[in-house]
Design a protein around this ligand. Sequence first.
Ligand code: FUL
Length: 694
Amino acid sequence: MIKKTLFLLSALWIFLSAAQAQTTAPAPCGPLPNENQLRWHEMEFYAFIYFAINTFTDQEWGDGGNTPQMFNPTNLDCRQWARVCKEAGMKGIILTAKHHDGFCLWPTKYTEYSVKNSPWKDGKGDLVRELSDACKEYGLKFGIYLSPWDRNRADYGQPSYITYFRNQLKELLTQYGDIFEVWFDGANGGWGYYGGARENRNIDRSTYYDWDNTISLIRELQPQAIIWNECGPDIRWCGNEGGSVGETNWSLYNYKQFVPGEPDFKQLRVGIEDGKQWIPSEVNVSIRPGWFYHKYEDAKVKKLPQLLDIFYNSIGRNGTWLLNFPIDKEGRIHANDERAVLELRKALDEAFADDLARKAKAEAGNVRGGSKKYAASKAIDGKKDTYWATDDGVTQSDITFTFKKPTTLNRVLLQEYIRLGQRVKSFKVEANVDGQWRELARETTIGYKRILRLPTVTATQVRISILDAKACPLISNIGIYNAPQVLTEPQIVRHPNGEVIIRPADGESAVFYTLDGTDPTTQSLRYTGPFMADGVVTVSAVSVDMATGKQSTVSREEFGVSHTKWKVIAADANAARVIDGEAWPGWHQRGMMPADLVIDLGESLEIKGFRYLPDQSDYFPSGIITFYEFYVSDNGSEWKLVSEGEFSNIRNNPSWQMKEFAPVKTRFVKLRALNNTQGDKVAGYSEFDVLISK
Ligand code: FUL
């Protein structure tokens, strides 16, 4: 009897200690983030501010030879910058204290090439001070960008420049309070002013900057700062400036895997699954095509659909988002940029206002040690330090959310408890719709945060299955949302054969259209795919959210004759892009000015004008025609001038240019470019069309 009791007791003890072992915290898995990195992950969204002499010279890269006299903002207001960032929900601002041209926005004692020799505040201003103060006032963190490449310094390339660079860093890290991030641009070496030498200089990227000692200096002066360099030490580049990181995105990398300035673009995108250090990625992108302000980009500020894409492709893919505002010549964030970012904020607030997972019952396939501490409910308790966990060795399991009633949803947000490492390698999301499980997504990594855009479904349950993980998965948060559709005007294009394509900003919105110039309603024709609408026609379209009835504003395109019979007379086959109906890509004629664009209309038409869309490239559009002549001809050899003049303000606003003249019958047309905005021998075209007399 005693023997039996002893046996039972020891069995119970073994059982209890096994259960106990399973309720102890999971062991860490792989490299872990440090406290600085954890704080930084949680910032998620913060701003870059680009401002320099470049702003006043319309350049992206000043060569370092422009006089500080050119730096003269007329209405500078750092508090406005901070207000906009705060209202946009950003958590900090990083300022280009010195870009590649070497001009310093603070009165450093180590060079004369700074604000102290500019007319701004009679040389008494300190922009780093003003912005760091504004950040404090608005509760934002402050960071600095200091370009390692300096095209102004005579000693760039010598060891003495490194001393200069570190002296500047010391000033920035000791005079302006806490710095949350230090940013070292990888671009360096090449042509520059270099104290008047005006020459090409190349440095050895692997040795010249002696990064180890610079990093030690930062650690000593600002131990809580995160250091960005293309390949670490603390965070890495996402490999592009377009606003996305890989769908698979490991926060792991191998520090010094490559030398800054010679990046491994593809690897940066996805990280390294078995990387040796925690080096997560930051997505840096500008709200306009350029990093610095150019008036001609006022109409090219990214719109809501693009900004939302960037949000889902950065913060939604385990990255942070560093969004740049180019400061304008007055010294302010331009009204268009402010409008765009606040519109984004509103859309995000609406999308994530109501977490449907909180209203559901959560159950998991496996719970670590069967303990409440690691239960499924920990993924929806709103606390970042609790998590659903499975038993050790269980790397496949699922968590199911059951709603009280059928619930409409289209977003799922997931977060791993990254303090103990990034673990999940693959997972899927399913929804129970009308009693059937339907797979909505099959994805790879999660990390700090992953947000999926899913097709809208009305479901009774949502199931998330972890399919593979490096160790037992730890999920600290799951959110389920129903984001409203993005109702911006649909884009209407017509291809040369008369085929019309209508593109809404949101794949889920319904599109209705008319062909008679009237405003479309839900009673009008519903767009289901490309359709033919040859000849002179006005297409009007509207995006509609059928669930709520909300509509976008109406977009309208007035098409002339379709281009079926047209031919651009040029040796280069790409010339046909000028009449293909799509703004991008376009075509450039190089090496001649004047330059002629000749088109055979294939039949005699009565025209009353023409329209021209200049190069729409995001980066450095070229060949933008300013003065023109327009000719008509019946045979393609004898020409008659019917219009001439200027496309005014085309540089600042490179949109459609329309010119009308007395109606004339013609078979051939010729647009002659007399010069362009850059004064070189390039004529660029995105699109060309004639206006038909009705
Ligand atoms: C690039 C630089 O050359 C651009 O001017 C800008 O600073 C961007 C963030 O990085 O490499």
